[in-house]
Design a protein around this ligand. Structure first.
Ligand SMILES: [Zn+2]
Length: 249
């Protein structure tokens, strides 16, 4: 029986200057998207990271109070490796994030502060494809990101931020969800693939804490990168689902 070929992917638009990546946890960008970030910073674009939590509930054998600074330091290093110098931590509680107005308020402030053309988040669909369930924090953050992008442009939503000097920002053209099973687009990461691997390896305490014996970050990223690359017609690529946000998009 023939296995059906997954559909081809379109190349992502690269005619932008600033992107803000908003994800639930340290390491969310590094499971596939970091090589794309390395490509973009290499083109001279500005990319910033916003971590909604510090991933402090992510290591079974380490208390969150001990874990938090370790994971923050690993994320800052992981970002540095791919050319990202701005990493904000919003210090929301890892594992129990809730979609709602309080999270939209926090993310709106981040978008108004950084004024990105593109906002990137992680996959927030129910699954990673098939029956591999997604995680609750990822779903909550992704949904709040979509709303916050619109909230950011409306001066009457969270007006206290505007009163405090944060101007409304309606300039976000699209939200891109990295690693979505419904990806429509991809970016060629062939030249920056190894930077993406190094970026994931920076999460050493987290990887050790997973206790996956003989797990090789390079091999792991190669599997996904190659499969996506085939759909774009290149060696390695990272997949993104595109949500146009402007009226013109
Ligand atoms: Zn995560």
């Amino acid at each position: 029986m023939d296995v059906p070929m997954p559909p081809p992917l379109e190349p992502l638009d690269e005619t932008w200057e600033r992107a803000l990546c908003v994800v639930a946890h340290p390491d969310d960008m590094e499971f596939g998207a970091a090589a794309a970030v390395a490509r973009w910073t290499g083109q001279g674009k500005w990319v910033g990271y916003t971590m909604v939590t510090s991933g402090e509930a992510g290591i079974d054998g380490m208390h969150p109070d001990e874990c938090r600074p370790v994971r923050e330091a690993e994320q800052v290093e992981s970002a540095r490796v791919v050319g990202v110098g701005t990493v904000d931590f919003l210090h929301q509680p890892d594992g129990v994030l809730e979609y709602g107005v309080p999270m939209r308020r926090l993310l709106t402030a981040e978008i108004r502060r950084h004024r990105p053309d593109i906002v990137i988040t992680g996959n927030f669909r129910d699954t990673w494809g098939g029956r591999n369930l997604n995680q609750a924090d990822h779903i909550a953050v992704g949904r709040a990101v979509l709303d916050a992008v619109r909230d950011a442009g409306n001066r009457w939503v969270f007006p206290e931020q505007v009163a405090d000097g944060l101007e409304p920002w309606g300039g976000v053209r699209a939200v891109w969800a990295a690693g979505s099973p419904d990806a429509t687009h991809a970016v060629d990461t062939t030249d920056t693939f190894s930077a993406g691997v190094e970026s994931l390896k920076a999460h050493q305490a987290y990887i050790d804490g997973l206790g996956w014996e003989n797990w090789d970050p390079a091999e792991f990223l190669e599997g996904f990168g190659r499969a996506t690359g085939q759909r774009l017609g290149v060696a390695f690529a990272a997949p993104f689902e595109v949500f146009p946000m402007g009226w013109g998009g």
